[in-house]
Design a protein around this ligand. Sequence first.
Ligand SMILES: O=C(O)C(=O)C[C@]1(C(=O)O)C=C[C@@H](O)C=C1
Length: 381
Amino acid sequence: MELTDIRARLDEIDADILDLFVERMGLAAEVAASKKRTGKAVFDPARERDKLHTLVHAAPEELAPEVASLFSLLMSMNKAAQLKILHEGDPKSVSSGALASLMPVDQPFPTTATVACQGVEGAYSQIAACKLFKVPKITFMTSFEGVFRAVRDGLVEFGVLPIENSTAGSVNAVYDLLAQYRFSIVRSLRLKIDHQLLAKPGVRLEDIREIYSHEQALAQCSDAIEELGVRVHVCENTAKAAERVATSDRRDIAALSSRDCASLYGLDVLREDIQNEGSNFTRFVVVSATPRIYPGATRTSLMLTLPHAPGSLYRVLERLYALDINLVKLESRPIGNRDFEFMFYFDLDCPFGTPALNTLLDALDDVCERYTYIGSYTEVV
Ligand SMILES: O=C(O)C(=O)C[C@]1(C(=O)O)C=C[C@@H](O)C=C1
């Protein structure tokens, strides 16, 4: 058969599929009305399992995976349509599942709060905290875990932590602590990071033999470090590095830190904005021990444990596609003592309480072993 003939046949088949698809989607309104009358849930996992089982067995064996995918997508779209109908004009409605008790709070995001940050005065986390809250009362902790503990123990209301950088990638330790402590993200901030090379007054660039900084900052400035041919030392954070340089007798060391640290520790800027990428951003998150959804939350984060089986991530992504939900970040972290198994973090462009998110949450039990809702929040810049 010539390609034009094959295409003509494909066109005929597609027209038939389209008619059936329109008819199938048209039934969503009737199913939704019936479910409203009888109080049945939109998602019926047993019905979906039976259906896929029947269809997969009716299909030629070699097409079984494609048939399962196609029909699970069709059912996803049907559920999305049903929920859209059921939740029309009801913007605050939430999933019937685990999140039903969660309601957005009426107050705006606080302008003042007690906050824990990792580091010392001048650390980027402190700069972020001051941008996120107009008047924060900041307690400094020596480690990220210290920040989580301070929030858990009620010493502070919120923790502010870096979670990813546009050059150096995710801050894995913070992702792992989020999973361990089961905290919620209540806001995020994209902060432009410009690293300065700081040294004691009078020290020249050619005197520098060693540079101190946080490992992320060192990674973000790797080009300049290579060019200078210096040794590096990892510190807990960039402000601590500035403090170390300021309190040392040595005149051949420098720190990679924020501009604020220069005046704070009496250091001079030897080289400005030395990061590899001109636009270097770090995302910070505000975490809280209890979920709080402040008005205007447009981003939702979820943590999913997926089965160790082919296509398991694909099945989640397929649902996002069917529901027209934009995935803004996907991060995977190994699960401790379960070799090669992964936890996935999804950041979605999807406000809390929308039918699309409800459908997704209702459908997740079907495609993942476990999921945790991390929060819905606003990202500020
Ligand atoms: O049969 C139902 O209860 C439906 O809502 C229809 C349908 C489908 O598309 O086939 C959709 C959602 C349910 O989870 C199961 C099946």
